[in-house]
Ligand binder design. Structure first.
Ligand code: IVH
Length: 672
């Protein structure tokens, strides 16, 4: 390389790695594997060593990583949150061990821990109570996410046991178990929300939410792995983590004390083989010198401690041939590219397909037909393509080009500003969208129609019996014809018709969710119906009215307005109404338990330790109280939890509105 090329390469690496850091830490949406990232970082480090004169002040080698997001208060860490040196090979561990022996002799132990794949968090406790929770951010300053962290059950708000310092900081990893991830991600897909790629991103995305109530709905866990205190009462890391367990913290049961490197390698090999059996993702193991005195002797480099190192497992990958790319059209019209691969064995299963996410991804990978590609199975459930071996490209191969028309119906695809996916706009005429919408309508979370399944819907559609949701309610007129479709006996037809009949009693929010309006998921449907009470006021609502509802943002409001602008949708709603479906909130939905709060108005703000906001709302309404959507002179009580927004607080104070706690509310209800 000429000097000019060296400088160009270094600049390009700085730019690319900074972008990847931003994708990883801020967007929680990495587009590169950890392994490739680390390789590129190492290449840059090498070049900087050789050509220090070209080192850029903005180089990622000079920063710990991460960046700070805007919406939260920034807090400076008392002890910087360093990263760990890491490696993918065992020789580096031997070198690490040799360095340590040279510095402190042979009399020491290691603590071996799993390297949890989540996001690190620093928790401060004062007088036995959780005082503050801060993300790592850039290592010196992070985001104050206390209100969100308070909703995590696995993190104690009040300590148990004794012997803890008056003030201390404890660090650990917040993560989501795979089972919860799969369940919630499926719900996101069902609700038309962008799914997360893996549990790590889901956890990171959750902690950055502005709405703590939503955080509370997503189960997170946290393993603690480091204690900091001005006067640490313990002499070793091992003793600290066992003490913190008695104070109520969750620590990982697999942590081991190892006398030498052989025991460390046993630990590494064991978990490389068995990590699939854990209920959460790990991406390696962490090795720490046990004694605090020895840790102090070893000290730190600018970025990481000299007494600890991470050994990372390589995500399993394999090379195979890209046969073709298919484009799947979902219920909402989103067109998703899927790579069809020559079958290859990867992490114990045969892989035939890999996700390509969207058009940008195809562009980024620069794919050609018959390309030799690397597939990787990391934390993701569906494998992904991480690279292309261009040296093996077949001469004259055709470039993969994302289509500009719908592969199912031929309509021109559209892309909304700020979104990665292309959509087929022909929602009423494109077969997979029609079938997908009806399947969504009958699904368990929407109308929960017994006796009907996805395949039946497809068969009915293909045979011309249904084309709209409302056609379900005319099926009883076609009973005889249905019987001729030889799959259906009298009994199954009766079950199906009974199920359809019963669905007419489903509450308004289920009907609204069932219509499949983009961005109107289950929770949003509940909020909207509770506010507007019936379909007519909803259809007549302006953008301002829609966005004044708690949790309804611009995107949802626009989607609703667009939906109701379409005459075909209005016709559908009218037909469903005529069929007898519920398009208003029924009076009996909130069963009155008492009228203790009747004539009084309430607003809930902040987070509460024992109740969700939905629970408190239900309690108020069940006792005759009325919820208001904002602070005004009409408001009688503000039920205030922790971490209320400062502007709300100020407004309530100005208007002299009494602020009560959840306990006060309960005593109002329980008094005789
Ligand atoms: S100790 C100064 N222990 O890995 C040492 N970190 O690459 C601080 N991590 O930022 C970290 N499991 O987010 C430690 N058992 C473990 C860990 C762990 C996961 C993460 C943590 C840290 C990153 C360092």
């Amino acid at each position: 390389m000429s000097l000019f090329e060296v400088k160009e390469r270094m600049d390009a690496l700085v730019k690319e790695l900074n972008q990847h850091n931003y994708n990883y830490y801020v967007l929680a949406q990495p587009t590169i594997s950890d392994y490739d990232f680390d390789q590129k970082l190492k290449e840059l480090e090498e070049l900087e060593k050789q050509y220090p004169e070209y080192q850029d002040a903005d180089s990622p080698t000079q920063k710990i990583g991460g960046e700070i997001t805007k919406e939260f208060q920034t807090v400076r860490h008392k002890w910087p949150m360093l990263s760990l040196g890491n490696t993918y090979n065992e020789q580096d561990l031997r070198d690490f061990d040799t360095r340590i022996r040279k510095a402190i002799g042979d009399n020491f132990e290691y603590v071996c821990e799993l390297k949890f794949d989540g996001l690190s968090m620093s928790l401060t406790y004062r007088d036995g109570k959780l005082y503050r929770a801060v993300t790592r951010g850039d290592g010196t300053k992070g985001d104050d996410v206390t209100s969100n962290v308070k909703t995590i059950n696995k993190i104690p708000k009040k300590l148990t046991g004794s012997g803890y310092p008056d003030e201390f900081e404890i660090r650990g990893e917040i993560f989501m178990h795979r089972a919860a991830f799969e369940r919630l991600n499926q719900a996101r897909i069902d609700n038309d929300e962008v799914p997360y790629a893996n549990p790590r991103n889901f956890a990171a995305g959750t902690i950055k939410l502005q709405d703590s109530a939503e955080v509370a709905r997503r189960p997170l866990d946290c393993f603690l792995y480091f204690l900091y205190a001005d006067k640490n009462p313990f002499k070793t890391h091992w003793d600290s983590i066992h003490a913190v367990k008695s104070w109520g913290f969750h620590i990982c049961e697999h942590t081991r004390l190892c006398k030498n490197l052989d025991e460390v390698f046993d630990f590494i090999h064991y978990w490389d083989e068995h990590r699939e059996k854990l209920s959460y993702d790990i991406d390696g193991i962490v090795l720490k010198v046990n004694s605090y005195a020895q840790q102090a002797e070893l000290g730190f480099t600018a970025k990481s401690p000299r007494w600890a190192i991470a050994y990372k497992y390589k995500a399993e990958e394999a090379e195979t041939i890209l046969e073709s790319v298919s484009y799947q059209v979902g219920r909402t019209g989103a067109v998703t590219p899927v790579a069809n691969l020559k079958p290859v064995l990867l992490a114990g299963t045969t892989v035939k397909r890999a996700t390509l996410h969207n058009a940008n991804e195809i562009e980024r990978l620069d794919l050609y037909e018959k390309d030799t590609v690397t597939v990787e199975k990391g934390g993701e459930i569906i494998p992904k393509i991480t690279g292309v071996n261009t040296l093996k490209r077949v001469a004259g191969a055709k470039k993969i080009i994302y289509p500009d028309t719908c592969p199912e119906c031929g309509s021109n695809l559209i892309r909304k500003e700020g979104e990665a996916a292309y959509y087929c706009p022909n929602d009423e005429g494109c077969p997979p969208q029609i079938v997908g919408k009806i399947q969504h309508f009958i699904s368990r979370k929407a109308m929960n129609i017994d006796g009907l399944g996805d395949e039946t819907i497809e068969t009915f559609y293909r045979n011309g019996y249904i084309e709209h949701i409302s056609d379900l309610y005319t099926l009883y007129e076609k009973q005889d014809e249905l019987r001729s479709l030889n799959r259906f006996g009298d009994k199954s037809i009766k079950n199906m018709l009974d199920g359809i009949e019963k669905s007419k009693q489903m509450p308004f929010d289920k009907v609204l969710f069932g219509l499949g309006i983009r961005y109107v998921g289950e929770t949003v449907a509940k909020k909207i119906t509770a506010y507007f009470k019936n379909i007519d006021s909803l259809m007549n609502a302006s953008f301002e009215e829609l966005t004044s509802v708690d949790e309804i943002g611009d995107r949802i409001a626009e989607s609703l307005l667009e939906y109701f602008k379409d005459q075909r949708h209005i016709d559908q709603i009218n037909q469903l109404r005529q069929a007898g479906l519920q398009f208003e909130v029924s009076e009996t939905e909130t069963v009155l338990v008492s009228d203790k709060l009747s004539g009084k108005t309430f607003l809930i703000s902040g987070v509460f330790e024992r109740y969700s906001r939905d629970e408190l709302t239900a309690l108020i309404e069940a006792n005759g109280g009325k919820m208001l959507s904002g602070i005004s002179a009409k408001l009688n009580y503000l039920v205030a939890g922790d971490n209320m927004g400062p502007s709300k607080l100020e407004k309530a104070r100005k208007l002299n509105i009494p602020m009560i706690s959840d306990d006060d509310l309960l005593s109002m209800i329980n008094q005789n």
